[in-house]
Design a protein around this ligand. Sequence first.
Ligand code: UT7
Length: 324
Amino acid sequence: MTLRSRIAGVGSFLPEHVSTNDDMAKIVDTSDEWIVERTGIHVRHFADENTSSSVMAIKAAEQALKAANMTGDDLDMIVVATITPDKTFPSTAVYVQAGLGMKHGYAFDVSAACSGFLYALRAADNAIRLGQAKTALVVGVETLSRITDFKDRNTCVLFGDGAGCVVLRAEEGDGTSADRGVLDTLIYSDGGYAPDLCATGGPSTNHDVGYITMNGREVFRHAAVNMAEVSVEILEKNGVGLDDVDWLVPHQANIRILEATAKRLNIPMEKVISTVGLHANTSAASIPLALAHGVQEGKIKAGQLLLLPGMGAGFTWGASLIRF
Ligand code: UT7
């Protein structure tokens, strides 16, 4: 018998304010045509000043807990993936813990940018496999608008705010890929590429949160390759074929990256959950937001096999294989 982290519920939250490409064209020299053609993004959501990362995470978590028929106090651990925490310290996760009324267990943040949800999922899945937790909440949440330079057209049109999450519950499986739950998660990083996508500030350098700065072409060049390679690796490691994958639920940075990844994997776009047009790039929130979208749209169904690759600042990258 193998302990598996079964997905008991998914949740999402998007702030009310929607900014269109035409709205962006009012603040920088850009156009709807350029943004759609180069990125596939049509709109993004921006959080108002009272809506912090923990506020969005709590709203998404409440939805996931309801779907799982659980309360906050049924959780043993919370892992929040974010690069836009409420405060430098303590972690955003402890605010989520307090907001959900969870009085035991532990909560912590993970910082791995766009791969953050995969890193957080692996941490929670490992704890469940080791019997250290029976239940876990894994959140990806960002208020990227707080660190976006709205004078830089190269970056400001690309990002959005939001939260997505899953509630995990320990369940015994046979140890085969027929089990439901998180089958495996692989994560990697290469800090040599840190300058290609980073913030211009931080507490121990210039006391400033800074703005996003990116060498877009370099990130683009690595994204599809890394996501495809780690996808092939995780499938081979688990004895699963590409044809067995029901849905590709990738990190949503750019429709061209989604298409290039799907092409490298020989997966048709009909099997790709694509939300980049609706949410833009929400970094750690993008994979769980896409997952929740796929479930809410009735596309992703119980028992289906999901492949979740991601890549982002660090560089960090990875993939998770989940039987929903
Ligand atoms: O989540 C992980 C992190 N992020 C990513 O994965 C993003 C990866 N990169 C990308 O998605 C793409 O590289 C971008 C969308 C950022 C840029 O697309 P591109 O096709 O690589 O464009 P480019 O950088 O080659 O720029 C083409 C032109 C430039 O003008 P010049 O120098 O050729 O005259 C830019 O100045 O487009 C210009 N440009 C814009 N024009 C209108 C850049 N941003 C804009 C804009 N509106 N918003």
